[in-house]
Design a protein around this ligand. Sequence first.
Ligand code: F6P
Length: 321
Amino acid sequence: MEIKKIGILTSGGDAPGMNAAIRSVVRYSLYNKIEVMGIFRGWWGLINEELKVLDHRSVSGIINQGGTILKTARCPEFHSDEGKKRAYETLKKNSIDGIIAIGGNGSFEALHEFYKKYQVPCIGIPASIDNDVNGIDATIGADTAINTALAAIDNIRDTATSMERIFVVEVMGREFGFIALTVALAGGCEEVIIPERKFDLQAICHDIVEGNLRGKMSWIIVVAEGAGHAEDIAKKITEMTDLETRTVVLGHVQRGGRPTALSRDLALNYGKAAVDCLLRGETNKAVGLYCNKIVTIDLEVATQKKELKIENLYHLVKILT
Ligand code: F6P
């Protein structure tokens, strides 16, 4: 089937670099004589026909902006048969031959479900600060979020060292410990608590007390949101050690900001790769970086639970403390 017009949407949590991906899809499509319709607010926009033609100029000046000009949303309605039917009708009515969806796990699940029901040519572009898309090494935005969290941890270290305090810093990542583990290593943090590894607070407190006896008075403990709450952990540490603690929840700060060069380059390459897939007649796939190459993988694979290879990194955090 010849692709003459595509729809593009961003869905789920925004990630820095989504705009660069939109720019790439729009301009590379136009270069290949394919028209592009922007679909606003993710799947909601497809159900409610909130569309706009995107031309070359409409993606000017967005390469360096976080967030997404197309807006994004989580849309439970799309999981119903009625929601998908209305989305399909919007595509037919507007003569849209294929969809490119930019998002994370949840967005890919929705795309996959839609494909199974209506066989509309579709390609996913992985974008999520969590880096939790299975089968690939990097999602758009993860590098930016890590650098944002790292900058915060570097700042916290200044005050933690000066006032000789214990800090528990909570980072995002849903059920995946990638952000926590990566920033704990890069930030030289003393401890990291992630969902993939059972943690022993007694042992952590023992290390803190032993450290104190040796004169090591400040600690930064990074906790992934999927493994626990900073406030609860800090309270228990104080109870167990009789030492003062402070907490920081980095929260949505990690989702915003100017995308790093890595997030942008990934986005620009993924955008081109996604359009190429549709041109080659590939569908029901996601593009992604794997071992330094842009590859395509089945959405069936991309939507499975990703396993985080933690052991080497976790031990390195501990060895280097
Ligand atoms: O998936 C990205 C993410 O930022 C997660 O790290 C976090 O758990 C979630 O989204 C927060 O979602 P919301 O912005 O809907 O609260």
